[in-house]
Ligand binder design. Sequence first.
Ligand code: PLP
Length: 480
Amino acid sequence: MADIDALTSSAYSQALEVIASVEPRIAEATRQELADQRGSLKLIASENYASPAVLLTMGTWFSDKYAEGTVGHRFYAGCQNVDTVEALAAEHARELFGAEYAYVQPHSGIDANLVAFWSILAHRVEGPWLEKAGKKNVNDLTDDDWEALRRELGNQRLLGMSLDTGGHLTHGFRPNISGKMFHQQQYGTDPETGLLDYDALAAKAREFKPLVLVAGYSAYPRRVNFAKMREIADEVGATLMVDMAHFAGLVAGKVFTGDEDPIPHAHVVTTTTHKSLRGPRGGMVLATEEYAPSVDRGCPMVLGGPLSHVMAAKAVAFAEARQPAFRTYAQQVADNAQSLAAGLQSRGTNLVTDGTDNHIVLLDVSSYGLTGRQAESALLEAGIVTNRNSVPADANGAWYTSGIRVGTPALTTRGFGHDEFDNVAELIVQVLQNTEAGTTKAGTPSKASFVLAEGVADKVKDASAEMLDKHPLYPGLDLA
Ligand code: PLP
């Protein structure tokens, strides 16, 4: 990451003084967050560090502007500058991903998925239904018509990857709205290898005949063949929706190309903008021309006013991702995941799918006699920030889990390379080897409490500090 110059540094200092003059505790928490992020090994696979340009773009008066509608077609006056911002963000997105259409209004990944679901329902179900009924739009419907259409919309099928094999809760998980608004079924991975089994998936799709086939993941450490996914979708007449929230940076950086690039194969692609893509917190939907008109109705279908300041920051982040340096970064993210996985395996750690070929490494910590919850807490005590995660058919359930998910996007942004990630693997293993499962107050085995051997946390923190000091976060940023 480029050095922050004195001017930018003083801009941040002054901003914090302004904030402190109103609510000093928020200014203090903001300073502390920087100190914490600077001082720990951030291995959360869904996090990154956005550039100062992206962060600064979010802190402006665009936050104050309402702009429901679309570019040039707003329900509020005075949106000419928001139009500039939204049009630019969409143009950068189309160019970056080679997409026919980009919708940059969703506030988050979940919003982007909701926009996508309703766009698919509007395109595939509502449109044809209205045409058959000879009506122009839903406002022309009688109450009886409306009842019938609602039944039709609420009677559709979705097939997505199960949460415990790496899917996201918006891919049809029952407690999520996606698992309630659709009749859902889930596909998983091969119990032996942990890898996607496309033949089993195709058989399930033939039997279930979903309207929507969702591909994409939050915790699957492998690449997906989207050409195969499209073949399956076409065979059963499904719309292929790919949620690339996690790996959008690897698509933008041309690490995933051909069959592994979702854009040429999917009808609709959703993403977050803040994970491997390294932009502001937010979401986006990319689509083919065919689906564009229904996605464009994200507001008022699902969304209200867009976050104009965040759309501006998306434009800045996409402009950054179009620079050649981003391709180098994305390749390094994937290379570093290989180094981390090899380092963990050579020190005796079991990995789901026996490795990785994206940015995620999923450790099965049960061989250390620990739950994911115990391992996550012990690692945090040693300054290593991860999250616990289910492994396929997890004996400890979704709360305690048996896995730890780690990822390379954030520390790669700081400049970590092969040697550092090998060292990170060593530190993780030191913590896991020196942690024991604890007991409850009543003396029975606990899935949460743990005992980390004395001195290990300090030793690991010292070793981390050496690497972190060599690769400072926001170098030059001095909050006087
Ligand atoms: N989709 C996937 C695959 C994700 O991993 C996530 C976030 O973890 C989301 C969607 C939701 O993103 P957000 O937290 O921005 O709503």
